[in-house]
Design a protein around this ligand. Structure first.
Ligand code: G3P
Ligand code: CA
Length: 231
């Protein structure tokens, strides 16, 4: 089972910051998950539209410019990084799961990936684009069919992982609250990877191993890797 750092090592450093991503790299993760919002046409790594959720700013991403965003404290004196900054840091060391949080961010994200593939040490299979917005994923499939897609769901649809098959996803990402054996088996029969968020407790890691999921998103990658190595 692979360990994916959720918003970086967000249990021990401010989420979606360079420090959180560096800690995840130091832990030796298989992948790093991050969230993308748009500010002034630039893809930035931030979970929420509302700045006050994770920074000392106020208001909505759509109402500010990049200079204002970069003047804010996202924790520990760090600013909100641009997607390009984070890709430069990771530089092909592990998989990057880019979660699209904003409408119409597809072109900006694809431009960053294109740059990373040309100028950094990434290979195309090291990118996985996910979203709860499956229309957004469909757009990515049309524009860049070579990229892997992760179909996110917060619930357990009646038709199990059919929604992921419909958009030719590579993986389905399900909330731990709802995952069960029938969903895992259905997804695997469809040839999909099953990734589960957010798995922070040892008992939950054990449960995910038992279900046979392929990867977990965790806020504590270092201790999760240590635990898996110890059993
Ligand atoms: O990508 C898995 C997980 O991060 C989705 O939910 O709210 O943490 O972005 P959220
Ligand atoms: Ca996320």
């Amino acid at each position: 089972m692979q360990i994916i750092a959720h918003r970086g090592a967000s249990g021990t450093a401010p989420e979606n910051t360079i420090t959180a991503f560096q800690l995840a790299l130091d832990a030796g993760v298989s992948g790093i998950e991050l969230d993308v919002q748009m500010v002034s046409g630039v893809a930035v790594v931030l979970h929420d539209r509302w700045l006050q959720k994770t920074t000392n700013g106020m208001g909505l991403t759509q109402d500010i410019d990049l200079a204002y965003l970069q003047s804010l404290d996202a924790g520990g004196g760090q600013s909100v990084p641009r997607l390009g900054d984070v890709l430069q840091l990771i530089n092909g060391s592990c998989l990057v799961n880019i979660e699209l949080k904003a409408p119409d961010c597809e072109l900006a994200v694809l431009a960053e990936i294109e740059y990373a593939l040309a100028a950094l040490n990434f290979s195309v299979e090291q990118f996985l684009i996910s979203s709860f917005n499956h229309h957004s994923l469909q757009k990515i499939k049309q524009l860049a069919p070579e990229l892997k897609l992760g179909a996110l769901t917060a619930n357990l649809p009646l038709s199990y992982a059919q929604f992921a098959t419909d958009i030719q996803a590579w993986s389905v990402h399900c909330a731990i609250d709802f995952i069960d054996q029938a969903f895992v088996d259905d997804a695997h029969q469809r040839g999909l990877q099953v990734w589960v968020y957010t798995v922070n407790q040892i008992e939950d890691i054990d449960a995910m191993l038992k279900l046979g999921v392929d990867a977990i998103f965790t806020d504590y990658p270092s201790r999760s890797i240590q635990y898996l190595n110890s059993i």
